[in-house]
Design a protein around this ligand. Structure first.
Ligand code: CDP
Length: 250
């Protein structure tokens, strides 16, 4: 532990280049995805990613509530991200706050760019993301869970949306920040990728990076997303007991 003023700041990077949990800079936290975890929803997924635990449920296409949001030419995609009061160290005040509104909006917009909403006019596709345990990167874990839940619900999409937060910790670019790295690191950059086209449909940044660091961070994040994509596809294969296509990695 080093100290800044009265606050204890953990050492984020060892002299050997290992992180606070022993990971290498380009290493993801363990990721486990269960597709179809809920029976009531049309589609669902449970994601355990490091110490994050996130459930996503998808309903629809179904009648639009509230009615005035209905669109004649396409489905509306309504996303609600929520963090349980018990999901963080210090009890979070239950209910919608500005942070959850922002996250719901950016996740909803990311899905608007991949879901074939025009196939379901005058309907709603409702995505619920519940964070049960949080340890940084929950918007990315929410995106991953919701993506698998949408596929599980049979909603047609261009592609699944793998997502990960990259950042800068102890002066180095690192993949998939955990809480201490998010809190005490120099930058945090969540992103979501359309794997087929390489297009980013969510990109946010908190903190500072040089142009060169940003380029390296994006590169690392895209590679991370491609690994996460494989785990997402595997979860769907397990749910529907589909063998990997010949020559394709599991
Ligand atoms: O979770 P994500 O990294 O997408 O969003 P963030 O706003 O950067 O939050 C980072 C982390 O701070 C969360 O994952 C939680 O672990 C923690 N947090 C918290 O402890 N209490 C809150 N009210 C909000 C976030």
């Amino acid at each position: 532990m080093g100290s800044v003023g009265a606050k204890e700041v953990p050492v984020l990077l060892s002299p050997e280049g290992l992180r606070i949990d022993g990971r290498k800079l380009d290493e993801l936290r363990p990721l486990r995805i269960q597709a179809g975890a809920l029976h009531q929803a049309d589609g669902s997924a449970f994601v355990e990613w490091g110490a994050n635990k996130v459930m996503a449920a998808v309903y629809g296409p179904r009648e639009v509530h509230p009615r005035h949001l209905q669109q004649n030419d396409k489905a509306v995609i309504q996303c609600r991200y929520n963090m349980a009061a018990f999901s963080v160290d210090e009890r979070k005040r239950p209910g919608i706050d500005r942070r959850s509104q922002e996250i719901s909006k950016v996740i909803g917009e990311a899905f608007e760019s991949v879901v074939f909403a025009e196939e379901f006019p005058r309907t709603s596709i409702d995505i619920y993301i519940e964070v049960l345990q949080a340890n940084a990167g929950t918007r990315c874990a929410g995106l991953v869970a919701a993506s698998v839940a949408l596929a599980d619900a049979g909603i047609p999409m261009v592609d699944l949306l793998p997502a990960v937060a990259v950042g800068k910790v102890g002066g180095a670019i690192a993949l998939d920040l955990k809480k201490e790295e998010d809190n005490y690191g120099e930058a945090d950059l969540p992103m979501a990728l359309v794997p087929q086209s390489g297009r980013l449909v969510l990109l946010q940044m908190e903190g500072h990076m040089s142009e060169d660091e940003l380029a390296r961070a994006l590169d690392l994040g895209v590679k991370g997303c491609r690994d996460i994509y494989e785990t997402m596809k595997q979860a769907l294969r397990e749910r529907y007991a589909i063998e990997p296509a010949h020559g394709e990695s599991a």
